[in-house]
Design a protein around this ligand. Structure first.
Ligand code: ATP
Length: 332
């Protein structure tokens, strides 16, 4: 099966072609990079409508070159969660493409796609998943035909918290890679550490990091401390999820997962408890249409398609709302 995936939840206009026979995933992306400040919803939506046609064109040209005309069997799109205006643009593009290609439409939950790409690439059967992305932070586990939210942020997403600190410092978006680079020269200082049971909070630590910077602490030290605290919180909850469920596999998803220090902490924790750890390559961690196409193929193979009239987007679409209709290997 070959699926055209379309991603349009926020900053990344992306289209991809997935061929389940060869497992080849070809991704075309055009990111929105704000001139100043963070992601502005109106500018992100304008970028989505400007950039989506060319990434879709490039993906379809690739499909035609590699597989010939009429090679797409389904169109999958990110139905949510995300920014409403961006989602609506991507949804409209997906509906019209499914109609013009006369193929089924698949509505994919973006957070489940972040998780499933790790399961797909690792071959893990039943992992715990840590989704560490810009707008979200979830620990998920599969039970009774759904991915259950075992723990999550009580306020802001983990990447958004880091980005708010870097905006305060005057650095351009996205902040995560800049914090990672600066942390290499930093030393530890104390910040709040907030884990409540299986949930975590990032807004207090982000405010405290701003305060420490304003009080004159070297920015490298604040970046180092921010990473150590935030990633230890994520690692603690991921470990508790492994321990409470008895699972012995962990996969990482989301753009913050590109951070070496986070991967190092998770890997060390898994090694210490005899669990396996897998993080997909960076192109599958940050927002991308490849993960939408791969999960779309699994859903389409399971008959989990959506009529166009019922395919409205959902900015608050939670991963635990999705009945899991597919199984590993279903996509071929
Ligand atoms: P979601 O997937 O929840 O909709 P999102 O659309 O913001 O979130 P992602 O692509 O998953 O997108 O993640 C983007 C976030 O990843 C940004 O907040 C960015 O700062 C962060 N990020 C990128 N690289 C790194 C890094 N090396 N270290 C830490 N954070 C990073």
């Amino acid at each position: 099966m070959r699926v055209l995936g379309i991603e349009g939840t926020a900053w990344c206009a992306s289209a991809a072609v997935y061929d389940s026979e060869t497992d080849d995933v070809h991704i075309e992306s055009d990111p929105y990079l704000p001139d100043s400040g963070g992601i502005h919803p109106r500018e992100a939506a304008e970028h989505m409508s400007d950039a989506l046609p060319s990434v879709v064109d490039a993906a379809l040209s690739y499909a035609e070159r590699e597989y010939g005309r009429a090679s797409i069997d389904a169109v999958a799109f990110s139905r949510g969660p995300g920014l409403g205006p961006c989602l609506r643009t991507a949804g409209t593009a997906a509906r019209s493409l499914a109609g013009s290609l006369s193929v089924p439409l698949v509505g994919v939950n973006h957070m489940v796609a972040h998780l499933e790409i790790g399961r797909h690439r690792s071959g893990f059967e039943n992992p715990i998943c840590l989704n560490a992305s810009g707008a979200n932070a979830h620990v998920l586990g599969y039970h009774d035909d759904r991915y259950r939210v075992l723990g999550e942020t009580m306020d802001t997403g983990v990447g958004n918290a880091i980005d708010k600190f870097t905006r305060h410092v005057g650095w351009s978006h996205p902040g995560g890679p800049k914090v990672e680079a600066a942390a290499a020269d930093g030393e530890f200082l104390e910040l709040p550490y907030v884990v409540k049971g299986m949930d975590f909070s990032f807004s207090g630590i982000m405010s405290a990091a701003k305060d420490r910077y304003d009080e004159g602490a070297p920015v490298e030290d604040v970046c180092f401390a921010l990473q150590e605290h935030v990633f230890a919180m994520l690692t603690e909850v991921a470990e508790r999820a492994l321990s409470l469920t008895g699972a012995d596999e962990l996969v990482l998803g989301g753009g913050v997962g590109q951070n070496d220090r986070l991967r190092e902490m998770l890997e060390a924790m898994c090694t210490q408890r005899g669990a396996s750890f897998f993080a997909p390559e960076p192109r599958f961690l940050r927002d991308n249409a490849g993960m939408i196409a791969v999960l779309g193929a699994k859903m389409a193979a399971a008959g989990d398609v959506v009529p166009i009239r019922e395919s409205s987007v959902d900015p608050n679409f939670r991963p635990d709302e999705v009945p899991v209709t597919w199984r590993p290997g279903d996509e071929s």
